[in-house]
Design a protein around this ligand. Structure first.
Ligand SMILES: *Cc1c(COP(=O)(O)O)cnc(C)c1O
Length: 373
């Protein structure tokens, strides 16, 4: 097999990352104690104009803590899309709450908000809303429904930091919004995550849960079960440097997206990501392609041909209602969500990381056009 020449994602770490990390090493603050943690939480939440930022060890942990902070109980119903990462459903399963899945919109690939209301019951307590691949969920009608039925919202903003829905920043809609700073996200700290909220009680609860519910009254005496999901001073150092570059990163991502779309728009066997919807301009977290009926190759064949040319790709998400582990547990028998199933079967994404050079991108385009012709 040929060596990978162009990875599907490579982060950019060319700002103040090194300088800030070296300052941690010099001062000896490398764990979660250290002044940069609070500084990063403050800078991050201020950017989103939210009152509280609680850093955690990754985006999956952020979802777990957010969920726990809302005190969802066994038997409560939680609505979420099927086409998302498993991290969204893990806390629901672990709490023995009931997941209720929604199909995707075929154009934006995000959860189809029109399908939510008919799935609401008296037991519905929460909607988990992940924005997928660079476009937002249609938040206005979703928030109306949440308000009408008094349902809480956790917004999973891992893939769209910096994206606006109409004039409002994603990550400012949910009672709680979560983020990931994994290496392929808009800003990275290697591993890392953040929770933002305007609610002081929720914020305090999240802080306690991420720190094994230590309390001030007597160290090592606990009234609740928590986790150690703390974020470190070194990660904060990298995060602060990354945050300084976020606006440039967004410009770069959109440029990569635009170049791909211009190159591929005449290829009839491709369904491409939407450049603009009525309410948002794609931020192109990743550049996805869905092969349609006109394609002579299936996704694995297409990906293999690219791999042979040294180009790395990734499959789309596997829908939650088809996850072997959940099937085995007895969930989602006979559930059919055709849009999610089609995306999973026919979608993949191509190199679209921040370190992708123009020369690399032109090579990817040339090879893809050859394979698709
Ligand atoms: C990346 C991602 C996560 C998980 O984040 P980790 O930091 O990898 O745990 C959660 N939700 C979505 C939508 C993601 O893209």
């Amino acid at each position: 097999m040929k060596k990978i020449k162009i990875p599907v994602n490579e982060p950019l770490l060319k700002g103040n990352e090194k300088k800030y990390v070296l300052s941690c090493l010099r001062d000896g603050y490398i764990s979660s104690s250290g002044s940069l943690v609070k500084k990063f939480e403050d800078k991050f939440s201020q950017r989103l104009k939210r009152k509280y930022g609680i850093s955690v060890s990754n985006g999956t942990a952020a979802l777990q803590i957010a969920f726990e902070a809302l005190k969802i109980k066994k038997g409560d119903e939680v609505i979420l899309p099927s086409f998302t990462i498993i991290s969204c459903i893990l806390p629901v399963i672990r709490a023995k709450a009931k997941p209720v899945l929604i199909d995707s919109d075929p154009v934006t690939w995000n959860m189809n908000v029109d399908q939510i209301e008919k799935k609401i019951s008296k037991k519905t307590k929460l909607i988990i809303v992940p924005h997928i691949y660079g476009l937002p969920v249609n938040m206005e009608p979703l928030m109306k429904i949440a308000k009408k039925f008094k349902i809480k919202v956790i917004e999973d903003t891992a893939e769209v930091l910096g994206l606006k829905y109409k004039k409002k920043e994603c990550g400012t809609f949910g009672d709680i919004s979560t983020f990931s700073f994994y290496a392929n996200k808009h800003i990275t700290t290697g591993e890392g995550g953040m929770i933002v909220t305007n609610d002081k009680n929720i914020s305090e609860r999240c802080k306690s849960l991420r720190n094994i519910c230590f309390n001030n009254e007597r160290r090592f005496m606990h009234h609740e079960l928590g986790w150690n999901y703390r974020f470190t001073n070194i990660q904060s150092a990298i995060g602060l440097a990354q945050l300084e570059k976020l606006n440039n990163f967004i410009i770069k991502k959109r440029k990569i997206g635009k170049i791909y779309t211009n190159a591929f728009k005449k290829i009839e066997s491709f369904n491409l990501p939407f450049d603009k919807s009525k309410y948002a301009k794609n931020i192109f977290w990743i550049y996805g392609i869905v092969l349609n009926k006109k394609s002579k190759l299936n996704v694995s064949q297409f990906m293999k041909r690219l791999r042979n040319k040294g180009i790395e790709t990734r499959n789309f998400f596997w829908p939650l209602h088809k996850q072997p582990v959940l099937k085995k547990m007895g969930y989602f028998k006979n559930l059919k969500l055709p849009v999610s199933e089609n995306l999973a079967k026919n979608g993949f994404y191509i190199p679209s990381g921040l370190a992708l050079s123009n020369k690399q991108q032109q090579y990817v385009i040339k090879i893809i056009k050859e394979i698709a012709s």
